[in-house]
Design a protein around this ligand. Structure first.
Ligand SMILES: *[C@@H]1O[C@H](CO)[C@@H](O)[C@H](O)[C@H]1NC(C)=O
Ligand SMILES: *[C@@H]1O[C@H](CO)[C@@H](O)[C@H](O)[C@H]1NC(C)=O
Length: 404
């Protein structure tokens, strides 16, 4: 082609076009941020000391949360946050302990001991991962790195069959069974007897942590002094329904069920050697494409539920929050693709003296990217975790907000 023609074309068509696209994009971006800015987060908690404490000492609860541009919708936010974090968060080198449990099962607890002595190094933070997570999941690495920087001692519970540990029995884990968690807490306590333990639960780990905080075991032995629940599926039945609701969510559910199935596939020898009366069917398990199908074919049989809805009913925390009597802070996003706003128990929290739910308009499911540039290691969720622990653990503040 004639060089001159190209130059003319560029001048007359390409440049103006680029300008128009650029300007339009700038307007869309500006409009997007303006629209989001008008929505601030909402803190649901009974008016009283704990709420005042959070407002004063945890400044991030008052801030407007402005999701990253990548978080334009809850689903995209969830997927992209996983992707970006995985790229930018360094691997954590833990000290691993293999714990043998009462029934002969095994699981790994991964420690990251504090790097220097200080008030924070006395505190142990126990981290409970989501459904298919382990100590190297990107949100766990990010949280552990952050807490390590601040001087805390971290320990991550890898559920049975996860974190590269082979099963010893057919038993895996459930969101409602606290026996393994209790054993782990006793072990942590025995290793660090003078250290108060705080818990963080992500997603299903939040369900497990919440279930534990409501238990008689916690009431009797006061293992945990406080808890943070991030992106808990408040209504598990609905969350599973949402996970099957749209094409995109089915993709995500399929991936999660793939990771669930893979534990059974990898441990086939152990599981089916010992399966006496549970009527597990390997071929059915291998074909599960949703979380609900997997729970129906496996989890409920191991944990003796008559059907999957009993299990999900049991795992739903919303109607039992009054049983939690240590201070507890929850973070949920109104655009979490597993969650409807109507399923967040805001009324229960509004009547609760020591449990607060911070609801942000965006954030997705364990997403919470919050700067324009998503490749950074600081975000809303980390700020909340760090500010809350710094405030609640100093001077044993947690003792002030225990309900009797
Ligand atoms: C689903 O999981 C597999 C196995 O870990 C992974 O390779 C794949 O990238 C995932 N796909 C999506 C869409 O997340
Ligand atoms: C389920 O029931 C079987 C048979 O009664 C029992 O051996 C097993 O311990 C139970 N599992 C759990 C998790 O309670």
């Amino acid at each position: 082609m004639d060089r001159l023609l190209i130059v003319r074309l560029a001048r007359n068509a390409v440049l103006p076009l680029a300008y128009i696209i650029f300007t339009a994009a700038a307007f869309v971006i500006a409009g997007y941020f303006l629209a989001l800015k008008t929505q601030s987060s909402m803190l649901f908690c009974k008016d009283g000391n704990f709420k005042q404490f959070l407002i004063k000492k945890v400044p991030v609860v008052r801030e407007k949360y402005l999701p990253s541009i990548c978080g334009f919708n809850g689903y995209a936010h969830t997927v992209l946050a996983t992707l970006f974090r995985d790229i930018i968060t360094p691997t954590v080198v833990y000290d691993r302990e293999i714990l043998t449990l009462n029934d002969g099962g095994e699981l790994a607890v991964d420690w990251l001991y504090p790097k220097y002595k200080g008030p924070q190094s006395l505190v142990t933070v126990l981290i409970l991962t989501g459904l298919t997570g382990d100590s190297q999941s990107e949100y766990v690495r990010e949280t552990v790195n952050e807490l390590f920087e601040k001087g805390y001692c971290c320990v991550v519970l890898n559920y049975r069959g996860r974190g590269g540990v082979k099963l010893k029995t057919a038993r895996t884990y459930s969101a409602t069974n606290i026996e393994d968690l209790t054993e782990v807490l006793k072990h942590v306590k025995s290793k660090r007897p003078n250290s108060p333990i705080a818990g963080i639960g992500f997603s299903m780990g939040g369900t497990l942590l919440g279930t534990f905080l409501m238990s008689s075991e916690q009431e009797k032995n006061k293992h945990l002094v406080t808890g943070i629940l991030i992106s808990v599926p408040w209504n598990v039945k609905q969350a599973c329904k949402n996970a099957e609701g749209s094409w995109l969510m089915r993709k995500m559910g399929k991936n999660l069920s793939h990771h669930l199935r893979s534990v059974v596939v990898k441990n086939k020898d152990v599981i089916f050697k010992q399966d006496n009366d549970r009527s597990l069917d390997y071929n059915i398990i291998k074909r599960c494409n949703t979380i609900r199908e997997f729970d129906t074919a496996y989890t409920i049989k191991i944990f003796n539920y008559t059907n999957v809805y009993h299990y999900y009913e049991d795992a739903t925390l919303s109607n039992k929050l009054h049983l939690i009597n240590v201070p507890c802070l929850c973070l949920s996003a109104a655009d979490d693709p597993f969650l409807y706003f109507r399923d967040i128990p805001v009324n229960e929290a509004d009547n609760h003296g020591n449990l607060a739910i911070l609801v942000t308009s965006g954030g997705g499911h364990v997403g919470y990217l919050d700067t324009f540039w998503p490749f950074t290691n600081n975000n809303f969720m980390l700020k909340l975790i760090q500010q809350y622990f710094d405030a609640i653990m100093v001077d044993k503040n947690y003792e002030k907000f225990v309900s009797l």
